[in-house]
Structures are given as structure tokens and as C-alpha cells.
Design a protein around this ligand. Structure first.
Ligand code: AMP
Ligand code: TRP
Length: 330
């Protein structure tokens, strides 16, 4: 069975962008693949995290995976830090990665720009992501558009290892949705919707109550003009809202265009709010049930146990090929 792996950082409340760009596909792919869905807590600490909030968010993201429809009996759901092989393989990957490659990563440039000091962890972050993927020999990696460059580096590193030490790693393919791969911020159609934006009005959190969702959508900025037409180059803001509508309703962009032809933004936004509320309500209900049931601890324990079993075999194979002597017991 082919393998799927992906991860989401527990660095704030997950947004509709995370859901549409990544999690929706996790749920779809688990039907046909052996799946590994991680809460990437080691990635989250590449920028400072409050310990109490890291603990809370780690459990919250895991619960959201399940609430979104990931079946823990079928897919492995776990915390990255519970599988030490990720960090160890990351170290080996950094030795294959050049400084120049890491300097070219646009996420690093964005996150480090204007900062007085930048942690080395933020710089080597893509090597850890490569280790995450390669340690299971994942075939497919469902992510949003912003992760494409990291995936390309992962593919290069896998190829480099194979070339130097003999065929070993599977070269993973990105799986990026056609619509919704880059959901934009509600206050600026040129920036991606992000949970780390200090303006909470710029994103819809998956756990926002219905009235908050309605308010945020009614305040979302819209392009000049008044027609509901999909034209991302010239009308990024209304096009973004239409993508959200499509992804939350299951309608195509053409159907939405037809439905709102000749109408103004106001009515469209009102309907959009109801579509988003209806899409998130069942997820929110399941989320609260899962959190209060206390089931997450066991789910994470068995997910990590299965993940460690696979990861340790790959890591040993890597170390053998690179020339590390195996440990011997006396
Ligand atoms: P992160 O929150 O950075 O850990 O991202 C987790 C996953 O969600 C990654 O696959 C991202 O590409 C995806 N993602 C994050 N923000 C967005 C967005 N605004 N639109 C689409 N996908 C996104
Ligand atoms: N870097 C990804 C993000 O910020 C999260 C991530 C870490 C990931 N490891 C991964 C995604 C492995 C896919 C596969 O969105």
C-alpha cells in the first residue's frame, strides 16, 4: 500500500486555510493509502512558543484531525516529538543540504525578514521536513501551495542520497489541490490566510463560533467593482471568497458564478457566511466531544508506536548505508 504523510504545526488555532489546503485532502486520501498525519511540534518551536500553549495546541490540532474525519483506526495520528527518528534523520539530512539551498527558501526569507536574531532551527527547518517525509518513504504529501518549495528540496535530497549511497528513498510527490491551495487573508487578498497573523479578523479559525464567522466574513475586504466574478489576477479578494464558497459547499466555481450573476457583494457574503458556518458546525461538535472524552492520549500513543516501528527501520537503513557502525551489545 502506498504511503501518505503530512503535518501541521501546533502554533496557533488552525484556520480555514489549513482545512481547505491540507486537511480535507488528508481525509480523502486515507481511503486509499497508509497514512501518517503528524502534529509537527518540533517545527513549531522554530519560533518561540509558550510551553503551556504548545501543550494545549498540540492536543487541539490532534483533536481537529479526528474531528475533520481522520479515522485513527486506519490512519496514524501522532506528535512528531514522540518519534525521535525524525530529529535524528534531520541531522543526517542537514549534512546533505547546502546553505545556499536553505537560503533560497521563501518561507525562511519571510519568517526571518526584519528580525534581529533568527534561530538556526528556522534555517534548517526544511531538512527536518525532508526527514519527516523520507523516514516513512512516503509516496504522496498533501500540502498547500506554500509548501511546494520544501517538497522540491525534499525530492532533491532524496535523489542526492540515492545517488551517493545507492537507491534507497522513495522520491515523494506533492499533492496540492487545484482550488484552495492558497486561501488568502480576509483583510488582504495578496497575503495567505495564516494563524500567526496578529489580526484575528484576517482568518477564520476552525473553532470560531458562528457569530464570529459571520462578522469576519461581513468585514472581509472586497475588490472595487461589485460583480461576483472569479478573476484571481484582477479581483483577488472576491475570487478568494468564491474559492472558500466552492470548497465549503461542494459547488464548482462555474455554478457559483451562475448563481450570483448580476448580484452584488452583500448578498453573496451573507450566503457565504452561512455556507462556512454549516461546513464547520459538525466539525466543531465532534471536536468538543473528542476533547471531553479524553480519547486523544490513547490515539496519540498508538499512532506514535506504529510510526516508530516504521521510522526506526528506515533510519537504521540510512545509517548502515552512510557507514555508521551498528551498536553492539556486550
Ligand atoms: P501550517 O499551518 O503552516 O503548519 O500549514 C499546515 C498545512 O496547511 C500546510 O500543508 C499548508 O500548506 C496548509 N496551509 C496553511 N495555510 C494555508 C492557506 N492559507 N491556504 C491553503 N493551505 C494552507
Ligand atoms: N512545514 C509544513 C508547514 O508549515 C509542516 C510540515 C512539517 C509538513 N513536516 C511536514 C508538511 C511533512 C508535510 C510533510 O505547513
Amino acid at each position: 500500500m502506498k504511503k501518505v504523510l503530512s503535518g501541521i504545526q501546533p502554533s496557533g488555532s488552525l484556520t480555514l486555510g489549513n482545512y481547505i489546503g491540507a486537511m480535507k485532502n488528508f481525509v480523502k486520501l486515507q481511503e486509499e493509502y497508509e497514512c501518517y498525519f503528524m502534529v509537527v511540534d518540533l517545527h513549531a518551536v522554530t519560533v518561540p512558543q509558550e510551553p503551556a500553549s504548545l501543550r494545549e495546541q498540540s492536543e487541539a490540532v490532534a483533536a481537529l484531525f479526528i474531528a475533520a474525519g481522520i479515522d485513527p483506526a486506519r490512519s496514524n495520528v501522532y506528535l512528531q516529538s514522540h518519534v525521535p527518528q525524525h530529529a535524528e534523520l534531520c541531522w543526517l539530512m542537514t549534512t546533505l543540504t547546502s546553505m545556499g539551498e536553505l537560503e533560497r527558501m521563501t518561507q525562511f526569507k519571510d519568517k526571518s525578514s526584519g528580525k534581529d536574531t533568527v534561530g538556526a532551527g528556522l534555517f534548517v527547518y526544511p531538512a527536518l521536513m525532508a526527514a519527516d517525509i523520507l523516514v516513512y518513504n512516503a509516496d504522496l504529501v498533501p500540502v498547500g501551495e506554500d509548501q511546494k518549495q520544501h517538497l522540491e528540496l525534499t525530492r532533491d535530497l532524496a535523489g542526492r542520497f540515492n545517488h551517493r549511497y545507492g537507491e534507497f528513498f522513495t522520491i515523494p510527490e506533492p499533492y496540492i489541490p487545484k482550488v484552495g491551495a492558497r486561501i488568502m487573508s480576509l483583510d488582504d487578498g495578496t497575503k495567505k490566510m495564516s494563524k500567526s497573523n496578529p489580526n484575528a479578523g484576517s482568518y477564520i479559525a476552525l473553532l470560531d463560533p458562528p457569530d464570529v464567522i459571520r462578522k469576519k466574513i461581513s468585514r472581509a475586504t472586497t475588490d472595487s467593482g461589485r460583480e461576483v466574478v472569479y478573476d484571481p489576477a484582477n479581483k483577488p479578494e472576491i475570487s478568494n471568497l468564491m474559492s472558500i464558497y466552492a470548497e465549503c459547499s461542494g459547488l464548482s466555481l462555474a455554478e457559483i458564478t451562475g448563481r450570483y450573476e448580476g448580484q452584488m457583494y452583500g448578498g453573496f457574503k451573507k450566503d457565504l457566511a452561512e455556507v462556512v458556518v454549516a461546513a464547520l458546525e459538525p466539525l466543531q461538535e465532534r471536536y468538543h466531544e473528542i476533547r471531553s472524552s479524553g480519547a486523544i492520549t490513547d490515539i496519540l500513543a498508538s499512532g506514535a508506536e506504529r510510526a516508530r516501528a516504521v521510522a526506526s527501520v528506515t533510519l537504521q537503513g540510512v545509517k548502515d548505508r552512510m557507514g555508521f557502525l551498528p551498536p553492539r551489545s556486550k
